[in-house]
Design a protein. Structure first.
Length: 216
């Protein structure tokens, strides 16, 4: 355990960077994913087509390709970043938003059709029906699965370590190279710090799921 204790500052820096990547990417993914879900149920065919195509392509593509596109392809197209963390946030947000979109869409489909028809019968526009009637109910029912998606996002952030971002996994790789005789302990330390994020999120998901079930 001396390896973990002696390198706590390095672990802590990696933990904070992982937390930063997860929080910022999670917020962007929640916003973009909700917009994608709204486009998926939109009466405008072009929006539906774009959303469906984006979600299907991203969900069936490895996360590594999203990172490669953000870190390698975009700079070649003239989009440069001062820090690799920005490319990591773009990749994680773009990837996670597709799963958020599907979760929100399932929540939208769970709202009784009669509520939308009743709202339209009194003259409400589609945007009003969606934002005032459907989405508030849909988001409430999909909070637990969305938290599970965010937990997956935290773990997916480890891919950033392969693209020169010193988050937890990247820090662990450096420490493993410097302490070749204690690789297992180094990885145990990395796992412990990941659990500091994922376990509380899992507890929140279970708590919310019980409250939603009781309210129903």
């Amino acid at each position: 355990m001396d390896v973990i204790i002696e390198n706590l500052p390095a672990y802590w820096d990696g933990f904070l960077r992982t937390l930063f990547l997860s929080v910022v990417s999670g917020i962007i993914a929640l916003i973009f994913g909700t917009l994608l879900a709204a486009a998926r149920v939109s009466p405008i065919a072009a929006l539906r087509g774009f959303s469906m195509t984006y979600v299907e392509i991203v969900r069936n593509t490895p996360l590594t390709i999203a990172f490669f596109f953000a870190a390698v392809v975009l700079p070649r197209l003239g989009v440069t970043f001062q820090q690799f963390e920005i490319a990591a946030i773009i990749a994680l947000s773009a990837y996670t938003s597709a799963f958020i979109a599907e979760a929100v869409r399932s929540g939208v489909n769970s709202v009784p059709v009669g509520q939308a028809e009743a709202a339209r019968s009194i003259g409400m526009k589609f945007s009003q029906v969606l934002s005032l009637i459907i989405l508030p109910q849909a988001l409430r029912t999909v909070i637990p699965p969305m938290i599970n998606i965010l937990i997956a996002l935290v773990k997916n952030s480890s891919v950033a370590g392969a693209f020169y971002v010193l988050e937890l996994f990247g820090t662990g790789r450096q420490l493993a190279n410097a302490n070749g005789d204690a690789v297992l302990l180094v990885l145990v330390g990395v796992a412990i710090f990941y659990l500091l994020i994922t376990v509380p999120l899992g507890y929140v998901a279970n708590l919310v799921e019980r409250k939603v079930a009781i309210s129903r």
